[in-house]
Write a protein that binds this ligand. Structure first.
Ligand code: NAD
Ligand code: UFG
Length: 341
């Protein structure tokens, strides 16, 4: 049985991935400092997967603490590295905290891999590395644009660190997964996204408006050069996304990589506008959403969606869950967390 160390495994995408790994019979060790998640997530994972993953509360910014995890769980076969700070706006306010957390955590893990003989890692990257793309859909070969935020820059630097680290150590197999816009929750509604404070992202803002926590959704701009004027993104269901990680882990463990450092886009291949998302949400929930159009949000790109051919053919992965089912899962999750509070 393979043992996978999942950093940030109590977080949003990490928790869904842990469930999929456990369903595939893999042993999971989660490490998380709970800076953006809580221990109740472990109950949700256990309820879905029928088993509780190992859990260590620790901070990857501490090298010795990182090493201690590898000493305690000898025999880790691969790492999935989710742990990071991820709020674009906050990264502009606190750039050093972002560089410290996102870069140091990765460096400590790579050092631990060398020291304890772990050869494989899957890394959480983002389509933010493409910035405003010159042409659509975006392939893995599309140019990397200068980052528009310290957060985005940490993802670009981390990808470079991975590439350099792999080049210096040919035995290592590394994969960066560039997520487009992950949304939704597990269909059981037992795990999902827990945004702290006022959500920055579209879907949590929609569900919080629909349930009455927020008065009105602001649509950031209707004067883009798109069919209905609102911005376009590639919204990918979090369970579909989680399953891609299982495929990436298998590819590494079975040594099926074409190159020792690989990059995959993870999206649906389909762009949806903000108005299309609102309409789909209203349709599945049956209730009108209170929204108004305001100015564009600074730093937003007009449109971005993935060419997923490489992930389809090489990983054998394809997004399968449709937007309506996904929005319904986000809505079910919102209702569940509010019923608990
Ligand atoms: P999340 O905040 O829900 O999960 C991250 C987890 O990492 C949290 O549980 C947090 O407590 C933990 N963590 C942070 N710093 C840590 C540290 N130093 N030591 C130990 N644990 C630490 O975020 P998420 O949405 O699940 O994102 C996971 C990864 O995917 C991140 O790397 C993020 O940048 C990347 N990503 C996310 C999105 C998105 O829209 N959610 C898009 C592209 C990429
Ligand atoms: N939007 C609104 N109103 C809101 C929130 C968002 O109209 O209240 C619009 C945005 O302008 C954008 C779209 O909805 O056009 C999606 O916005 P999100 O904030 O949900 O997502 P982004 O595409 O801006 O960014 C997200 C993550 C980043 C990550 C990026 C790519 O927040 O961390 O996806 O993966 F880098």
């Amino acid at each position: 049985m393979s043992t996978i160390l999942v950093t940030g495994g109590t977080g949003y995408i990490g928790s869904h991935t842990v469930v999929e790994l456990m369903r595939e019979g893999m042993e999971v060790v989660i490490v998380d400092n709970l800076s953006n998640s809580n221990l109740e997530v472990l109950d949700g994972i256990e309820a879905i997967a029928g088993k509780r993953p190992h859990f260590e509360e620790m901070d990857l910014r501490e090298r010795d603490a990182t090493y201690r995890v590898f000493e305690k769980y000898a025999g880790v076969d691969a790492i999935i590295h989710f742990a990071a700070f991820k709020a674009v706006g906050e990264s502009v306010e606190k750039p050093l905290a972002y560089y410290e957390n996102n870069l140091l955590s990765l460096i400590h893990l790579l050092e631990a891999m060398d020291r304890y003989g772990v050869d494989h890692m899957v890394f959480s990257s983002s389509c933010t590395v493409y910035g405003e793309p010159d042409s659509l859909p975006v392939t893995e070969d599309s140019p990397i644009k200068k980052a528009t935020s310290p957060y985005g820059n940490t993802k670009q630097i981390c990808e470079e660190i991975l590439q350099d680290s792999q080049a210096s150590s040919p035995g290592k197999g590394l994969i960066s997964l560039r997520y487009f816009n992950p949304i939704g929750a597990h269909p059981s509604a037992m795990i999902g996204e827990l945004p702290s404070g006022v959500p920055n992202n579209l879907i949590p803002f929609i569900t919080q408006t629909a349930i009455g926590i927020r008065e009105q959704l602001s649509v950031f701009g209707d004067d883009y050069n798109t069919p209905d004027g609102s911005a376009i993104r590639d919204y990918i269901n979090v369970v579909d996304l989680a399953r891609a990680h299982v495929k990436a882990i298998r590819r590494l463990l079975e040594k099926r990589q074409k190159q020792a450092y690989e990059v995959f886009n993870l999206g649906t291949g389909r762009g949806l506008s903000v108005f299309e998302v609102i309409r789909a949400f209203e349709k599945v929930t049956g209730q009108p959403l209170n929204f108004r159009v305001v100015d564009r949000r600074e730093g937003d790109v007009e449109q971005v969606y993935a060419d997923t051919t490489y992930a389809n053919t090489e990983l054998g992965w394809k997004a399968e869950i449709g937007i309506e089912e996904t929005l319904l899962s986000a809505w079910d999750w919102e209702k569940y967390i509010r019923s608990k509070s």
